[in-house]
Design a protein around this ligand. Structure first.
Ligand SMILES: [Fe+2]
Ligand SMILES: [Fe+2]
Length: 191
């Protein structure tokens, strides 16, 4: 698998996650969220942080973009992608903060507040995923069609992907995170 198709493959689990959180958000907005546990949302937060941001965005920011940035006047595209990653990070942080407040209320035996912010951040993140991946995939298609990356460069990018994977806790952690995604996909509220 080359460096470009590797990212496209990651996008499959990112999109699957987008569907999960969209569903979750819809259910909360509809008031049909009694079986969505705080633990489910905490898992979603971990997936955002570790699997999507540290791992997938890490590969793009530390390996793929630096190698494509200076070619074919891609720098403007790459600049926009980096800004979008920041947006994703911001939503993910705000979402996590809401979960921490909720968790604190439970620990202290206090009434939990409105879940509206949680539904809103989930929806925002789902929109971010659809929008960002759509643009990125057009970019990846051009890189592939025009054979922008040489064989040697491709090898170097893939080597850096491995370093990113290690930074994310290695293969075992990635597999664990994918299992957590699968767990969410099979929760009753996903039906
Ligand atoms: Fe990206
Ligand atoms: Fe991506």
């Amino acid at each position: 698998m080359n460096a470009t198709s590797d990212l496209k493959k990651d996008h499959l689990f990112v999109r699957r996650f987008g569907e999960v959180i969209q569903k979750c958000s819809d259910k909360i907005y509809a008031g049909k969220d009694s079986d969505i546990l705080l633990e489910d949302l905490e898992i979603a937060s971990v997936i955002m942080e570790e699997l999507i941001d540290t791992f997938h965005h890490g590969k793009e920011e530390e390996a793929y973009f630096p190698s494509t940035n200076n070619k074919n006047s891609f720098s403007e595209d790459v600049r926009k992608f980096l800004i979008e990653h920041e947006l994703g990070r911001r939503i993910s942080r705000m979402f996590k903060r809401e979960l921490l407040i909720w968790r604190k209320c439970i620990i202290e035996g206090k009434q939990t507040g409105s879940k509206e912010p949680i539904a809103r951040f989930l929806k925002s993140y789902a929109v971010f995923i659809t929008d960002h991946l759509g643009k990125e995939e057009k970019f990846l298609d051009i890189v592939e069609d025009k054979s922008i990356i040489s064989i040697d460069e491709d090898r170097a990018i893939r080597h850096r992907y491995e370093l990113c994977k290690n930074k994310s806790g290695g293969q075992a952690r990635i597999e664990e995170l994918l299992k957590l995604l699968e767990y969410l996909e099979h929760r009753d509220w996903m039906k």
